[in-house]
Design a protein around this ligand. Structure first.
Ligand SMILES: Cc1ncc(COP(=O)(O)O)c(C=O)c1O
Length: 477
């Protein structure tokens, strides 16, 4: 018998693993993937794959970051410290003060570099959860970034989910959790801007959360890794530290934010982020991390300074996303109701048929990969709040996103799928900001008079795709 941690058996298959299984299955109507060309008209080759399923930034890594890597290679000669070099913590602290309009954080006690937000979100639960209490509980939004659940289970705690629903504009309804569960709660994960809904949590929701944290004594892990992807310069998403400061919570009691360069600066491979907040929590987290061995590579520390000190590349990055959302959302929303998110780079779009069937058949017919929403959520209070949605990551080039929109339209029309009117989790549609008629005024190919805008023709095969077969990229995102 293999003697391993039995908590490992509680982990759910990762969404991309489930997607691979889904794609390998056939409903008997469409061909199985091994025979996908059978679904393509004679004389045409299967179009190249476009992946909109994984939240991996694909804009180019800025030149200043690449230059900083080669300029700092000498750093490989020394072991890094877990606390990180002073210069890095200074540049992070200055960025935090600028971005969130809060007093300069104390670099000795309120800031800690981490190797991307993912590992920190995971390890934070291991440092916080006290398994000596009867039923340690961690509250998560639902649907959610899957690491929250894995971190919870491996820390020996039980997850409790709050469904975020379209009729409620994807707000967290804290009242859906009973006081008896709040009493057992030691940690809550907040994701704002949200993955997958893009929802930015409002000041009043934050206020309610701080009241609950004060009443029940739990810690708030605020995942803000999408905080820099927004659509209006000068109007960034509200951050947890800003709210805390506005509410006079200057010690950030029981609050930790998780931030990252991955999406902000297009460096998901660099693994660089930070946590900031309650000094008492940071002290314990630092202790945990010293043993865990998660000090940031010294080269990455130096490069991160250059990245946090520069906003020009971040503004350009936002411009590219804003252009894609303004152009592509009105083309998709007539078929799959969706709206431009508050922030982040996902469209959370309703499907006219089951989200899994939609994703599978779209892949088989159009070689286009989107993620079924139900894979990002757990059934709670009798519903899976991700069911009836797909997550569409607008991470490839504008050209590829337009091509993807064209394939979605073609797929829905070929299957005579009406736009979704209801979904299994919620009877009301999310507000659709742009209508098809608005799309005609965009600088795009002319509308075809049928309410849908005609899109550029299919690209030929073999153009620099995004490499690899994404559903096999199990450990990503
Ligand atoms: C909600 C959310 N949090 C955290 C992460 C992890 O990002 P990173 O570890 O690159 O900072 C991701 C990655 O996609 C995410 O979607």
């Amino acid at each position: 018998m293999l003697l391993v941690n039995p908590l490992l058996d509680l982990l759910q298959p990762y969404p991309f693993e489930r997607l691979r299984t889904l794609f390998d299955s056939s409903d008997g109507v469409l061909p199985a993937p091994s025979d996908v060309t059978a679904d393509v008209p004679a004389g045409k080759s299967r179009p190249r794959e476009i992946k909109l399923s994984i939240g991996e930034p694909q804009h180019e890594t800025p030149a200043l970051i690449k230059a900083a890597v080669s300029a700092n290679l000498d750093g490989l000669a020394s072991y890094p410290s877990t606390l990180g070099i002073v210069a890095l913590r200074e540049s992070i602290a200055a960025w935090v003060a600028r971005r969130y309009a809060v007093p300069l954080p104390d670099i000795a006690t309120q800031i800690l570099p981490v190797n991307g937000s993912r590992e920190a979100l995971f390890s934070f639960a291991q440092a916080v959860i006290d398994t000596r209490s009867a039923r340690p509980t961690v509250v998560c939004p639902n649907p959610f970034y899957q690491i929250y659940e894995g971190a919870t289970l491996l820390a020996g705690a039980t997850p409790a989910y709050i469904n975020t629903l379209a009729h409620n504009d994807f707000e967290l309804d804290f009242a859906s959790i009973a006081d008896s569960i709040w009493a057992d709660t030691q940690l809550i994960y907040i994701c704002s801007p949200g993955n997958p809904t893009g929802k930015v949590m409002s000041l009043s929701t934050w206020q309610k959360l701080f009241e609950l944290s004060d009443r029940f004594g739990f810690v708030i892990a605020a995942d803000e890794c999408y905080s820099e992807i927004y659509f209006e310069e000068g109007n960034p998403p509200l951050g947890a530290l800003s709210v805390a400061a506005q509410l006079g919570r200057h010690d950030y009691k029981n609050l930790m934010i998780f931030s990252s360069l991955s999406k902000r600066s297009n460096v998901p491979g660099m693994r660089s982020g930070f946590v900031a907040g309650d000094a008492a929590l940071i002290e314990k987290f630092l202790l945990y991390r010293t043993y865990h061995g998660s000090a940031m590579n010294t080269v990455v520390q130096a490069v991160s300074i250059a990245a946090w000190n520069d906003e020009a590349h971040v503004i350009e990055n936002r411009r590219l996303y804003a252009e894609k959302f303004a152009t592509v959302t009105p083309l998709i929303s007539p078929h799959l109701p969706c709206k431009q998110p508050d922030a982040g780079f996902y469209l959370w779009a309703q499907t006219p048929i089951a989200d899994t069937d939609f994703a599978r058949d779209l892949y088989h017919q159009q070689n286009l990969v989107v993620l079924p929403g139900s894979y990002l959520a757990r059934e709670t209070n009798g519903i899976n709040p991700g069911a009836g949605f797909v997550r569409i990551a607008l991470v490839p080039s504008l050209e590829d996103c337009l091509e993807a929109a064209r394939r979605i339209a073609e797929f829905c029309q070929s299957r005579e799928l009406p736009p979704a009117e209801t979904n299994s989790s919620d009877a009301s549609l999310p507000p659709v900001q742009e209508k098809a008629s608005d799309a005609a005024s965009l600088p795009l190919p002319e509308g075809n008079g049928s309410g849908a805008v005609s899109l550029p023709p299919l690209q030929g095969e073999g153009r620099g795709g995004d490499g690899g077969n994404e559903p096999q990229a199990r450990a990503k995102q």
